[in-house]
Design a protein around this ligand. Structure first.
Ligand SMILES: [Mg+2]
Length: 228
């Protein structure tokens, strides 16, 4: 019996273009203003120092503040996953969501499916490569309202990569469930392979633009509503 439905975000609950077409451009446009006005915040000043350290190690260059900002912008366009960049981006998105500059995109079938799941006393969890903080923002300030009260668990790459079997085993351990009691939804076959190897049930989401695979695929959660 399934006790936890586990969801990927990008390509599953959320349009894959949301991060690249909304969040990244917003952080790019806001970076200079944000860093200049928040450089004395401890989390920002630490991030600035971490970037200087990385660039010194990689290029033997000592960066001034404006050069740090340029480096951050360069890393956004290259989608570099540097923790200091992620930290500052998270802070910028906090402001953007709170000001209502944008909302976390959710497909319209997500909230009805979450409601149905909870009505059967089954739990909801999220597993995404975006930080837990960023996940909570997407669901907290979403196009469907604040869905965070519906979600019991959030996992990011601190439990390991999404294509590794051990990550899914760790999620089972942390939720006190067997993998067989967890069902995972994702658009990426490699993630489904890993979750299945750990013992979870899996279903592929085939949103617009996703290629089908050997896995059972659904275009919307509606086709799952009557099954649970
Ligand atoms: Mg995905």
């Amino acid at each position: 019996m399934i006790k936890l439905f586990l969801f990927d975000i990008e390509g599953t609950t959320t349009d894959i273009s949301f991060v690249h077409k909304v969040l990244f451009p917003y952080s790019l446009a806001s970076m200079e203003h944000y860093v200049l006005h928040h450089q004395t915040l401890p989390s920002v000043s630490k991030a600035i120092e971490d970037i200087r350290k990385t660039v010194w190690e990689e290029e033997q260059k000592q960066l001034g503040l404006y050069e740090v900002i340029e480096k951050l912008k360069d890393w956004i366009t290259k989608d570099r996953k540097h923790p200091a960049l992620k930290e500052i981006q998270g802070l910028i998105w906090d402001v953007g969501y709170a000001k209502g500059e944008f909302q976390g995109h959710l497909y319209s079938d997500v909230k009805p499916f979450f409601t149905k799941i909870l009505s059967t006393n089954t739990a909801i969890g999220i597993y995404s490569s975006g930080s837990v903080h960023a996940q909570k923002l997407i669901f907290g300030y979403s196009t469907e309202g604040d869905l965070t009260p519906m979600i019991s668990y959030y996992f990011d790459t601190k439990v390991g990569g999404k294509r590794e079997k051990s990550s899914y085993e760790k999620i089972a351990t942390e939720t006190n469930l067997t993998p067989q009691e967890i069902h995972f939804f994702s658009d990426i076959p490699e993630e489904l392979i890993a979750a299945k190897a750990a013992g979870m049930g899996v279903t592929q989401l085939l949103r617009a633009g996703t290629k089908s695979s050997s896995f059972e695929g659904i275009t919307s959660f509606e086709s799952f509503m009557d099954v649970i």
